[in-house]
Write a protein that binds this ligand. Sequence first.
Ligand SMILES: Cc1cc2nc3c(=O)[nH]c(=O)nc-3n(C[C@H](O)[C@H](O)[C@H](O)COP(=O)(O)OP(=O)(O)OC[C@H]3O[C@@H](n4cnc5c(N)ncnc54)[C@H](O)[C@@H]3O)c2cc1C
Length: 317
Amino acid sequence: MKVTEHLQNARSTLFSIEILPPLKGKDIQSIFNSIDPLMEFKPPFIDVTYHREEYVYKKRDGGYLEKISIKKRPGTVGICAAIIHRYKTDAVPHIICGGFTREETENALIDLNFLGIDNVLLLRGDAIKTEPGFIPEDGGHHYAIDLVKQVVNLNKGTYLDEDLMGVSPTDFCIGIAGYPEKHFEAPNLKSDMNYLKSKIDAGAEYVVTQMFFDNQKYFDYVNRCREMYINIPIIPGLKVLTTMKQATLLPKTFHIDIPEDLLTEIEKCKTDQEVKDVGVEWCIQQSKELVKFGVPCLHYYTMGSSEVTRRVASAIF
Ligand SMILES: Cc1cc2nc3c(=O)[nH]c(=O)nc-3n(C[C@H](O)[C@H](O)[C@H](O)COP(=O)(O)OP(=O)(O)OC[C@H]3O[C@@H](n4cnc5c(N)ncnc54)[C@H](O)[C@@H]3O)c2cc1C
């Protein structure tokens, strides 16, 4: 079933999660171990992130440096298939522009279609760490909107090879990303939201937001979206802050603010366990307020830690 159908059919706020593929060499059991404790909250869909290659330089005999491409977390498509098979729930693979030509993207979408996966979250992806900014693959897409257009075309039965005869259209439900605190490259929120609107005009059906710790940011964002006649569901993305280090790491990585009140509470903590307790309580309060606001679904970034998500979900669902 499509994410939008789950949202339409829901009688109350839904619970959903995003998981990361395990590190290369790790077993799929590690994924199951993190999903199993959350299944009692009946997520109708589970997102699986996609991680592109990174480059490392390894010193070889003679002192020269060899540039090596590594993919730390492969397996998004396989994990989605395994989730559907094991839990009989829907899986939402993330598809990114970075690292793919249009043909490779089409082939990945064809594979997903064969597997009966009819949901995708379409993203640009970040720049490779060693590159100054996002560089698209030769023959690949530059922005998420280009990916949206490609999937919309496939849904109409328009493949890249125009000479294909008797083709079947795909039927993907398209999700995209939104940033209540602005995408870090956008000159201002208005410009970022104009591009969000373009993605929706091109065919995106729902938005999942970047994590935020101040609900007011989400409320303002939704209001601004509605003023711009963006009327599709905007699913809030939430993360539990679990360590002291994250108070500086999350703003740096995701370009979001940690509210003063939360920081004050964290600074009083003497151990990471205490920080975790503060983070869980904060997320519970955020979730309760968002449910009251009438959000269609609460989407939790588990980042490999189901224990804290479970504590939050137990208080809400
Ligand atoms: C819910 C969610 C899930 C994510 N999952 C993943 C994942 O699995 N893997 C991963 O690698 N990353 C993931 N990301 C991170 C995401 O890929 C990055 O934030 C990336 O930098 C932007 O992606 P986007 O799809 O928002 O890009 P876009 O919508 O393409 O926007 C990128 C930037 O360009 C601007 N822009 C957009 N269109 C145009 C245009 N036509 N002309 C000029 N400027 C434009 C926007 O304002 C923005 O600043 C996720 C983010 C979110 C919020």
